[in-house]
Design a protein. Structure first.
Length: 204
């Protein structure tokens, strides 16, 4: 029959301290956030009247806390649309071009006025893409192609699907094949951009 050894009081206290000093016990302890939340909840509970009903002061405090949390979230994260407006424009079709839709339209018109219809078509189609992106109707990323823009824009204006594909083809021929563009191509892109700008909710 084995004998169970009983530690002395001092030895028992030492063993207990060693046991409680282990990481598993430290991790189980409430952190500062837990203590703050617990203290706040206890404070709210102390405001309740004897029958357990929440008094008007408690409801007011809760409303203020909720409103404060909402305001803080808006300040930190912002409204999605406002955040989108503050985001730097993405490069267009592989070009490091951060011009706005309005700036691109002005450049396209100036190019057309001097007879450079290739530049007019390129900037005109970029203006169309940037305008849709600025209004949140289409997400343009560095890898977005002209035909991807056309497909996305067609979801906004289905009746313009054929014209959008034609304009994307004009852009690709001028930009990547070096075939240039004529006045008719510029007219198509310009008219199409005007139609897309007329989309409900347009501000660009």
């Amino acid at each position: 029959m084995s004998t169970v050894l009983q530690p002395s009081a001092d030895e028992a206290r030492r063993l207990l301290r060693e046991e409680l000093s282990q990481r598993v016990y430290r991790e189980a302890e409430p952190n500062w956030f837990d203590r703050v939340v617990s203290g706040f909840l206890e404070w709210l509970a102390s405001l309740a009247v004897g029958d357990g009903a929440a008094p008007a002061a408690l409801l007011t405090i809760l409303l203020v806390v909720v409103a404060g949390a909402v305001i803080a979230a808006l300040v930190i994260f912002g409204l999605p649309r406002l955040r989108r407006r503050r985001t730097p424009p993405a490069p267009l079709f592989g070009d490091d071009d951060d011009r706005t839709a309005a700036e691109l339209r002005a450049a396209a018109s100036a190019a057309a006025a001097r007879g450079d219809f290739t530049a007019a078509v390129l900037d005109g189609f970029r203006a169309l893409a940037r305008g849709l992106d600025e209004r949140g109707l289409l997400l343009v990323s560095p890898g977005t192609t002209a035909h991807a823009v056309a497909a996305g824009a067609a979801l906004v204006r289905p009746e313009a699907t054929d014209d959008l594909e034609h304009a994307a083809g004009d852009f690709d021929r001028a930009r990547y094949l070096g075939l240039g563009a004529d006045e008719a191509a510029w007219s198509r892109v310009s008219r199409l951009d005007e139609r897309m700008r007329a989309t409900a909710g347009s501000t660009a």
